[in-house]
Design a protein around this ligand. Structure first.
Ligand SMILES: Cc1ncc(COP(=O)(O)O)c(C=O)c1O
Length: 400
């Protein structure tokens, strides 16, 4: 391993100890032949909802559908303003638009990247119906503050928990604080399928029933269609895989926490050099889907990084460390969403963060030695004189 590159994420390593079980589960579906809405779907829906602390789970084709159809199932749509953060993966915004609602974007906190609830409060109008709370990077937004705000203004809370499986804060678990919540099982998520998948969870039996109808061509019973629904089902094979993986999720989240603590320690000396980790307000309740630092360039508290982010990324990659940016362009500046009428300067914190953030490798199975190598590479990359090149690693060794 020693001279191998450190991948940004490795979705295979976590399967090492459960490979035989996974293969048996896939083979079981193949032999049973219940490929659509099979036994594993119902079982996994119940297991996952229970893990979230709610009564109902409705599997769908992906996290984006869990948001779009989930909002619809909660009765949110045309004429409703829905508040959401500008700093999120664009699927949150797509979901709100697909539900037919009017998205109202708000800025985020500089220290966590999470939606700024004071900004959310300022954005409330008589037409506001719901707030989409995105538990970004694996850290929940404060449930108590959110519930307070929602009850003051009589708003619905919808959680985008695509990055926060089993995250906790203030005694609440992600997926349990609002009328409904959406999760993604994209392969690199904390709980990942071997393809696309998603789930909507809720406490409300009526909402769950409506969601089952919407994902199934709008039919509450066969060949009887009450809605213009769609076909968005969780694949039985994926459900069988997720069923095997779910019991291990707590352990994998704990591993992510250990890696994050090691980064926290190892990067302390770099704070003075402008490398500032995003803050964790939730202790072990943060499930670290991603581990982000800010590369601070403009002398906040006199800590300035001598290297710009792009150069730093090049230097890290030259040292065999793969990194990411989540996300380089906030939703309101994406070309496909200009029709919403936002412009540069509308959400200054999100815009500044987008220019500073850097995601370091973090995944279950990542070794302590790899964590050390990332920290050392970061320190060396900052210290590297401007024109000093580093030998390039063998491209073929870098996993996708
Ligand atoms: C915050 C957030 N919301 C929604 C989604 C959409 O999920 P999916 O890719 O499964 O459609 C993702 C992940 O991709 C996400 O990170």
């Amino acid at each position: 391993m020693k001279n191998q590159p450190v991948p940004f994420v490795d979705v295979i390593r976590q399967h090492d100890s459960i490979q035989a079980e996974l293969e048996a589960a896939v083979l079981g579906v193949m032999r049973r032949g219940d490929y659509i809405m099979g036994q594993a779907v119902q079982e996994f829906e119940a297991d996952f909802a229970r893990a979230c602390g709610v009564g109902h789970g409705v599997g769908v084709a992906c996290g984006t559908d869990a948001i779009a159809l989930g909002l619809q199932a909660c009765g949110i749509g045309q004429g409703d303003e829905v508040i959401l953060p500008a700093n999120t993966f664009v699927a949150t915004l797509i979901g709100v638009l697909r539900a037919g609602a009017t998205p109202v974007l708000v800025d985020c906190e500089a220290t966590t990247g999470l939606m700024d609830l004071a900004a959310a409060e300022r954005a409330i109008t008589p037409s506001t119906r719901a707030i989409v709370a995105v538990h970004l990077y694996g850290q929940m937004i404060s449930p108590t503050m959110l519930i307070n705000l929602a009850s003051t203004y009589d708003l619905l809370i919808f959680e985008d928990a695509a990055q926060a499986h089993l995250a906790e804060r203030e005694g609440y678990r992600a997926g349990s604080i609002g009328i409904g919540a959406a999760f993604s099982f994209y392969p690199s998520k904390n709980l990942g399928a071997m393809g696309d998948g998603g789930i909507f969870v809720t406490r409300d039996e009526g909402v769950a029933q409506q969601m089952r109808t919407l994902r199934n061509y709008g039919a509450p019973k066969k060949y009887f269609h009450t809605e213009v629904g769609t076909n968005s089902r969780l694949d039985t094979l994926q459900a069988a895989i997720l069923q095997v993986k779910l019991p291990h999720l707590k352990t994998w989240n704990a591993q992510r926490n250990t890696i994050a603590s090691s980064y926290q320690q190892a990067l302390k000396p770099l704070i003075r050099q402008g490398i500032s980790p995003l803050q964790n307000h939730t202790g072990n309740g943060h499930v670290y889907h991603l581990y982000l630092v800010r590369v601070v360039r403009n002398g906040e508290a006199n800590f300035t990084c001598g290297v710009d982010r792009d150069t730093l990324i090049e230097r890290l990659e030259a040292r065999g460390v793969q990194v990411g940016i989540h996300y380089p362009l906030p939703c309101h500046l994406q070309p496909g969403f200009q029709f919403l009428g936002y412009r540069a300067g509308d959400f200054p914190v999100a815009e500044k963060l987008a220019g500073e953030i850097l995601s370091l490798p973090i995944f279950p199975g990542m070794t302590a030695e790899e964590v050390d190598r990332v920290a050392t590479a970061l320190s060396d990359a900052i210290a590297q004189p401007a024109d000093q090149a580093v030998d390039q690693p063998d491209e073929r060794l870098i996993s996708a």
